[in-house]
Ligand binder design. Structure first.
Ligand code: NAD
Length: 478
């Protein structure tokens, strides 16, 4: 029997967890629970992470974690438990189904039923930021092949298990040819392994606009972290109620399931909260552990309850709703509907009773890697590119010659435009004049020469070719 870890959390957490567990048990879900304490009480005992070492042990042993919302106290250096859980447990996929329930829940998008699969560990969220000059700060956007392969494969496996027909990829690879380019390339590679599932790619800006305007055009959408963060909130909002959505966070070893809303402290303890968000998280959990039949039964009973007009206060509407109920009574109504199906809302059907099988990433054979140049990033307070170019030409050594200068990515030397605004942050590209391979010592010599020549180098970036192909961006206008 599967053992899962549960945390009842804060605010409305305990009520909605009790309601959710009652429904799962009544539906015949097969699991036992270990309860841990996380959140406000733990934070206020002086533990800034909101969770004890023993609780981590239980989560790691059971591997499946159903978590009610928690309150993160303001100020005081408290760390978000959600972020820590995702990072420590390597929960690389955030999955958020966004479905509308027209005409029972008011929405501008009556036939919307999509799932956002968001990469959850890398991209601009690695938190690697530096101020380099008076005027310029940077944030590193890291995209890895394992990261892309894991998330894209998850999206296709999820689509297969849930009988979904299409997986769409959103990137901005027309601009970020290396990072988003890799994500798109891996998407194409993995899509080819799933010939029964349609696939397509959209540039994220027009894709996001399309989600907001015509969400019915999408089924499963997979995307890097930042785009997923923004678009998953838009998608949840336009279903008509964020209070009804659950999400899962999936790793190679562990997984966490939750509602997307918070602990709603103002309505806590009053038996008015809607348990549907956490219940949707729990349904995702059931499909994750392979209890698809029970998941289906719970989902269809819940749809029937919504359709019956048995609604909690947050979704109750004169005219559409029939009965305003509390948290417990809502759960009882879902339990009474177990085994039944909705008449108008689409029923769900998952394929078979099996957990998803996701192969672990295996490292690919090493690529042929060649050092072909270097970018020196200089802090220089002048404004005329010709002046810094003259200084840089003087520091050339070992046949490494200045080939280009860009300022915020725009080529300003040679042949720049006088109109281009320049900050104090200059990327200065050096390449060998005879096309030979660069040695690490050449770069060390160039750095020494820069220091001698009064150039302040704030960062260097090696330029590589992999398997004979240059793997770095050109200057805009180059
Ligand atoms: P919230 O989601 O708790 O509440 C926003 C609004 O929605 C409130 O009016 C609330 O009453 C209502 N609401 C939310 N869930 C509801 C439900 N199930 N039934 C009926 N109404 C519901 O967001 P907030 O007020 O910004 O945050 C409150 C606390 O929750 C904060 O401490 C925040 O840090 C925390 N939070 C936790 C999580 C999490 O644990 N995953 C997520 C978001 C916020």
């Amino acid at each position: 029997m599967t053992r899962i870890t549960i945390a009842k959390g804060d605010g409305i957490g305990p009520e909605i967890m009790d309601a959710t567990l009652a429904i799962l048990k009544a539906a015949g879900a097969q699991f036992e629970t270990d309860e841990i304490e996380v959140g406000e009480k733990v934070y206020l005992k002086g533990n800034t992470s909101g969770i004890s070492a023993e609780s981590w042990d239980i989560i790691r042993r059971n591997k499946v974690f159903l978590k009610a919302p928690i309150t993160t106290p303001q100020g005081g250096g408290y760390k978000s438990l959600n972020v820590s859980t995702r990072k420590f447990l390597g929960l690389y996929a955030n999955v958020r189904p966004c479905r509308s329930f027209h005409p029972y829940i008011k929405t501008k998008h009556p036939v919307m039923d999509l799932v956002i699969v968001r990469e959850n560990e890398e991209d601009l969220y690695a938190g690697i930021e530096h101020q380099q000059t008076d005027e310029v700060v940077q944030c590193l956007k890291l995209i890895s092949r394992p990261g892309c392969e894991k998330i894209v494969r998850y999206a296709f496996e999820y689509a297969k298990q849930q009988n979904r027909k299409k997986v769409t990829c959103f990137t901005k690879d027309n601009i970020m040819k290396q990072t988003d380019g890799l994500f798109h390339e891996v998407f194409n590679e993995i899509a080819a392994e799933y010939p029964d599932i349609e696939n397509e790619h959209w540039i994220v800006d027009i894709g996001a606009a399309k989600v907001a305007d015509t969400p019915e055009a999408f089924d499963v959408i997979v995307m890097p972290n930042l785009y997923g963060d923004v678009i998953s909130d838009i998608a949840a909002q336009i279903t008509g109620s964020v209070g009804l959505a659950g999400s899962s966070n999936i790793g190679e070893e562990c997984a966490m399931f939750e509602a997307i809303h918070g602990s709603a402290p103002l309505i806590a303890g009053q038996n008015v909260a809607n348990p549907s968000g956490l219940l949707q998280g729990a349904i995702l959990m059931l499909t994750h552990i392979g209890q698809n039949e029970v998941a289906e039964k719970v989902q269809n009973a819940w749809l029937k309850t919504i359709e019956d007009g048995t609604h909690t206060a947050d979704i109750y509407k004169e005219g559409t709703s029939k009965e305003k109920v509390g948290t417990k009574e809502f759960a009882e109504a879902v339990i009474a509907n177990l085994g039944q199906k909705p008449k108008e809302l689409k029923t769900v059907k998952y394929s078979g009773d099996s957990a998803m099988v996701l192969p672990k990433y295996t490292r690919k054979p090493a690529l042929d890697k060649k050092l072909v140049g270097v970018d020196l990033f200089a802090h220089w307070r002048g404004t005329n590119p010709e002046e810094i170019a003259a200084m840089l030409h003087k520091i050339e050594t070992n046949g490494l010659a200045l080939s280009m200068i860009t300022n915020r990515g725009i080529k300003v030397y040679p042949h720049g435009f006088s109109e281009t605004f320049c900050t104090d942050h200059w990327r200065c590209r050096f390449k060998p004049t005879n096309g030979r391979e660069v040695r690490p010592q050449d770069i060390i010599d160039l750095m020494q020469s820069a220091a001698n020549g009064g150039i302040e180098v704030v960062k260097t970036e090696n330029l590589y070719a992999f398997n004979g192909k240059d793997a770095f961006s050109l200057g805009q206008g180059q």
